[in-house]
Ligand binder design. Structure first.
Ligand code: DX5
Ligand code: ZN
Length: 222
């Protein structure tokens, strides 16, 4: 199963609601990038703004927290109504505990790793995850180039996930995903795709979501 998750980071924030509505029937989750200007050198939505977007979204929201203190704050994004909450391994002092608190609350619990963090660092947590996000750019900004050096790590994670017994976490990629790169990531084993600029800079964001999905479906591996 392929999931397309448009990121509103680089959508037109002056008409965010209509931007979101434009992709609602063509995508699976709305990807919300929360940045605090500490974990990454950029700031995006405040918590109040995030709450409003989550409350008004016609799609389930996939909150991606690029913040320095996720162990304290992740649960607030679950309480605000996110369907899925992703926090960074590099920022967490106790990822197992934070994952458990999210799951106990009833949202999907996900961990993200930056390009420089090896899969081995989180391999022991794979069983606890509903989704693993492998960043395919350095987190902080939309519109960056896909880092193809992350492909071996995607393959490695896919291999490890295939060997799990029972429920398998989704494998998400985020950064530089477009019609030029999505097949590479899908062939490596990714099954959930965040796309920001590719979707919202397209003439038709909905048609772009459909095209990205078709390319991913064609390249998907078992
Ligand atoms: C980057 C964010 C991404 C970003 C993706 O730190 O996590 O979700 O918005 O944007 P594109 O698709 O333009 O790389
Ligand atoms: Zn993101």
């Amino acid at each position: 199963m392929i999931r397309i998750c448009p990121s509103i980071l680089n959508a037109d924030h002056s008409r965010l609601q209509s931007e979101i509505e434009s992709i609602a029937t063509a995508s699976d989750l709305l990807h919300l990038d929360v940045m605090d200007n500490i974990f990454v050198p950029n700031r995006t939505f405040t918590f109040a703004e995030s709450e409003k977007i989550i409350a008004e979204s016609p799609l389930p929201v996939d909150s991606h927290l690029m913040i320095a203190n996720p162990d304290e704050e992740a649960i607030s994004y679950a309480r605000a109504g996110s369907a899925s909450v992703t926090f960074h391994f590099e920022a967490s002092l106790n990822p197992a505990r934070t994952l458990k608190s999210l799951k106990d609350f009833g949202v999907r619990a996900a961990l993200a790793i930056k390009p420089g963090t090896p899969f081995e660092a989180i391999a022991h947590l794979l069983d606890e995850l509903d989704m693993l996000l492998i960043m395919t750019v350095e987190p902080g900004f939309g519109g960056q180039k896909f880092m193809s050096e992350t492909l071996p790590k995607i393959r490695q994670a896919h291999e490890a996930i295939s060997q799990l017994v029972g429920a398998k976490p989704w494998l998400q990629v985020d950064g530089g995903i477009s019609i030029e790169t999505i097949a590479l990531a899908a062939t490596a084993g990714a099954d959930a795709f965040v796309a920001g600029s590719a979707v919202f800079k397209a003439d038709s964001p909905a048609a772009m979501c459909k095209e990205l999905r078709e390319l991913a479906v064609q390249s998907q591996v078992n």
